[in-house]
Design a protein around this ligand. Sequence first.
Ligand code: PHE
Length: 469
Amino acid sequence: MGITRAGVFRCRCIQPARLFLRLNSSVSGASKRIKVDGVEYNTDPTFTNVTKSIISHTNKGLHLNDQHPVGILRDLIERKLNSVDNVFMPYNNFKPVVTTWENFDSLGFPANHPGRSKSDTYYINQDHLLRTHTSAHEVQCFQDLQTSKHKGFLISADVYRRDEIDRTHYPVFHQMEGARLWEHGDLDSLKRDLEVMEKALKENQTHTKLLCVSDAPAIDPEENPKQSYMTAPEVELTVAHLKRSLELTVSEVFNRKIESLREMKVANVPTELKYRWVKAYFPWTAPSYEIEVWWQGEWLEICGCGVIKQDVLNKAGFKLDSTMGWAFGLGLDRIAMILFEIPDIRLLWTADERFHRQFKRQTITAFKPYSKHPGSIRDVAFWLPEGTIGQEEEIHENDIMEIVRDTAGSLVESVKLIDSFVDPKTNKKSLCYRINYQSMERNITNLEVNDLQKEVVGRLIDKYHVTIR
Ligand code: PHE
């Protein structure tokens, strides 16, 4: 749909955009300005929905720490891709506040694209938001390439999306964006670079053979067409280079994992790695694809990618028809969780030394759980205010998630809708959510959980005028 959940593999369920009359919260209202990474921004009563707890994540830089699973993985992929022909300029320090132009318009997102909705995205004000993907920096980096010796770039950064709460979803995660350019029509360079990449890929399959179980044709005129300024051979070669580059990335990452499983003498370590290419759609690439890897019984969405649209290159200042190339966006956290066997995504954010001292740079080791603290479950059931069902004002699930997150922070393990019905007599809608409070670091008391639950309920009533059942 134009923006995948490349961060956490599960396909993002895109809800229709809804505008809320009653405003989401915490930093609007009293304080008229918000500070993020030392810069002050005006808030805007109809747009601001970023919360203090979200802003507190903007300076953590997990991807910069090469002794943290996310940083170790970032480092591993950067090294591998640059080991082939050393063309990528790394950018790892972009700040997360970007303009709506950078995040959406520059990439050709239509005005009504669901990714722009306030239920999915954290807005600072009408013009600024916390980037929802690293593609927000593409145009800027393409501009840089015009005066650089590099032919591509790798951007790693934290990205932000409002979402559900469970063990694999967190509103902040990390992506790596990659892109590579050629002069339009320079088939010789493209062929040469492809040969080098194919050789690197072959040499990398030391422990595990990659097995492609289904491929997506480079061009599908109906459903995944090429751009008219490129010839079919140009597209085919560019796509082949893109696919081999991502296969090399997959091979590197999973090879390392399989190697470490063998060293640990784990039984039934796979000897081959199945993957598949599927066609996709992104507003700024054509044709577009996704690569998925079969791992422990399921298809993991690794990354979205495609041939960069001419329009994006033009926006970056390239002369019309002068340039062609590919781009990809890969989610780091979910892969890190698999490689390091991390059972709960919140662990990536813990300050607990028992977590951090387990990891060493450039090394993949399985996380050893230090203890499991018991959770404590609370349900909240309520009637929505009359007349809101199916209307713009109807409370969005992500708003409920946000209230729980803003109240309980990392003390919440999951929030699930367990019941929903409409009373046929009164036409009123009832929802019941089950919240599991649990800490990764310590035991939490019943008293503490009662207080948190009371606050969640209070905020639901104040903000969304629900009636508790
Ligand atoms: N930004 C896209 C996402 O988050 C991934 C992507 C990057 C797709 C670059 C194509 C090109 O899903």
